[in-house]
Ligand binder design. Structure first.
Ligand code: NAD
Length: 299
């Protein structure tokens, strides 16, 4: 069950009805079933490494890629959650899946684990760079030390993984790298300055690499908007504790910024990510694609 569903369950029946009326969901789509948008053999023979895969958008991406026939290695710190996800992946597609238990803040561990993975399973053709977002709050209150962990698990981890994995991609003539970052790349979001700073660095890093990587390897970013994951549920709770605004008011404030008037489902974001990993997407390179229901105002 998602974070937002947990929140919905905590509401009274009347509040739930109001919320459901206000925010029509995308739940009518069965994106891993009848509404799956791609061929179930589109990525057969391709090996994908999905970071931050134990929940949220990362887990949804692992499922979408497995459904397309890829062999998926799922990476995060929580071994139990990854094992459960692997069992689900087995039911979705024809590929073979495995876990890679790792703290992305530990650069040396990344080097060791990826060397082992490449030896055991061969080339990684699809790399999804993703990890948990930094804490919010005014940027002026952040110490230099506050930057360390988020920069390690995002920028340093993505750079290390890319350096280790791209030689194999080049040798096999196929590489797709996608970062899951944030719309703050285009419009910084108030009160999460540390995150804005990090996301900007990630986007510049990826754009620079899009000019350096061999022709067969693409690199692109996906920018989630308000997405129905645990992270958003806990963000609403912490705003409630800090400001006294009810969780429903917080949700209303968010939805008033979004033309589609609802949260994005993680599988919708994963669908855009999967599209960027397909052979047919080889001409898309160095873009930042928002999946935000139209929240960004810039062209
Ligand atoms: P999430 O918090 O639900 O999931 C993050 C994943 O990263 C989890 O699997 C977690 O275990 C893993 N992770 C965190 N730290 C790690 C570490 N040190 N080592 C290994 N794994 C680690 O996040 P989400 O909602 O799925 O979002 C994915 C990304 O998109 C995040 O960077 C988030 O900030 C960003 N984003 C999310 C939203 C949203 O509304 N959900 C909006 C904008 C941006």
């Amino acid at each position: 069950m998602t974070g937002w569903s947990n929140w919905m369950q905590s509401l009274t029946g009347f509040e739930q009805q109001k919320s459901l009326r206000r925010a029509p969901s995308a739940g009518y789509m069965d994106l891993l079933g009848n509404d799956y948008p791609y061929s179930t053999s589109a990525l057969t023979g391709k090996h994908a490494l999905v970071c931050g895969a134990s929940k949220g958008i990362g887990a949804a991406t692992a499922k979408m890629l497995a459904k397309a026939g890829a062999d998926v290695t799922v990476c995060a710190r929580n071994e139990e959650a990854l094992k459960q996800l692997c069992q689900e992946l087995e039911t979705l597609g024809s590929g073979h899946h495995q876990t890679m238990v790792l703290d992305l803040e530990d650069t040396e561990s990344i080097r060791g684990a990826v060397s082992e993975l490449l030896q055991q399973r061969g080339t990684v053709h699809i790399l999804i760079n993703n990890a948990g977002g930094p804490p919010g709050g005014p940027l002026l209150e952040n110490t230099l030390g506050d930057f360390d962990a988020p920069f390690k698990r995002h920028l340093y981890a993505s750079h290390t993984l890319t350096q280790l994995i791209t030689p194999g991609m080049e040798q096999d003539g196929y590489g797709r790298i996608v970062q899951i970052i944030s719309t703050s790349v285009k419009e910084p979001i108030p009160n999460i300055g540390l995150s804005n700073t990090l996301r900007g660095a990630m986007a510049s890093w990826a754009k620079s690499l899009s000019r350096e990587l061999p022709p067969c390897i693409t690199i692109n970013n996906v920018l989630p908007g308000f997405t129905n994951t645990e992270r958003l549920g806990s963000l609403a709770s912490s705003i409630n504790q800090r400001t006294g605004k009810s969780v429903e008011e917080v949700h209303d404030g968010w939805m008033s910024q979004v033309p589609i008037e609802r949260l994005i489902e993680p599988l919708e974001t994963a669908s855009a990510i999967t599209f960027l990993t397909l052979p047919a997407s080889g001409g898309i390179r160095g873009v930042s694609l928002a999946v935000d229901g139209g929240r960004l105002r810039g062209i």
